[in-house]
Design a protein around this ligand. Structure first.
Ligand SMILES: NC(=O)c1ccc[n+]([C@@H]2O[C@H](COP(=O)([O-])OP(=O)(O)OC[C@H]3O[C@@H](n4cnc5c(N)ncnc54)[C@H](OP(=O)(O)O)[C@@H]3O)[C@@H](O)[C@H]2O)c1
Length: 182
């Protein structure tokens, strides 16, 4: 396994990582998975600062768009042309969660919209663009959500392990993207 570090909030960092990756895998990239995300300041809509709204937007919405832009030429080299964004049902306008998720939810709604658009825009080039909610996963981010919940509600929420979530995404989503190659 090879690891290339990058900060999705920095165009320079994404570009530098893209150059390293192009040298590392000149034959192309099968599938791009955008997984990075932040969730800060679990406050009501009217209380969250503009700075925090913007920070979420930069990392959680523009970040995944920038990754696709930077990986486009590498993805073009392979038949799979798979793109997956790990997003959240919190970004669904029809779903209201018990916790305060103003900045996070808005940024994920933006991600869901932009990747739905990308699916339409890139499919003529042979791309499959998918979005997946990973479930309620026992991670650092979920821990922070947990702490913001009323104890009674907290008791009703059960979490899945990160490897269980990742396996389900591989099985149910990535395999489907790879099958598009056939
Ligand atoms: N956990 C859940 O229940 C849940 C539910 C729905 C959706 N999700 C989504 O699942 C994904 C993974 O979240 P998680 O629960 O595993 O959260 P997490 O434990 O907080 O991990 C977030 C990851 O994103 C990385 N990251 C944050 N900002 C970044 C940046 N600017 N550039 C590059 N990487 C950055 C972090 O890297 P560092 O460690 O280096 O900071 C970390 O690896 C996120 O997209 C989240 O929205 C999670």
């Amino acid at each position: 396994m090879k690891i290339v570090q990058l900060d999705v909030a920095s165009a320079d960092s994404v570009e530098a990582a893209s150059k390293i990756t192009q040298a590392m895998i000149p034959d192309g990239l099968d599938v791009l998975i955008s997984n990075a995300g932040i969730s800060k300041g679990l406050e009501p809509v009217l209380s969250l600062s503009d700075d925090l709204y913007l920070e979420h937007f930069v990392v959680n919405t523009l970040g995944p768009i920038g990754l696709v832009r930077a990986s486009h030429s590498l993805l073009d080299k392979k038949a799979t042309k798979g793109v997956l964004a790990v997003t959240s049902i919190v970004g669904s306008v029809g779903m209201v969660m018990p916790e305060f998720t103003s900045g996070y939810g808005l940024s994920r709604a933006g991600l869901n919209y932009s990747f739905r658009r990308l699916q339409q825009e890139l499919s003529p080039e042979g791309y499959s663009v998918a979005r997946a909610h990973p479930g309620l996963v026992a991670s650092d981010m979920r821990q922070a959500f947990y702490e913001g919940l009323e104890p009674e509600i907290r008791k009703q929420v059960s979490l899945i392990a990160p490897d269980e979530s990742a396996s389900a995404i591989v099985q149910n989503v990535l395999q489907e993207l790879k099958n598009q190659e056939l």
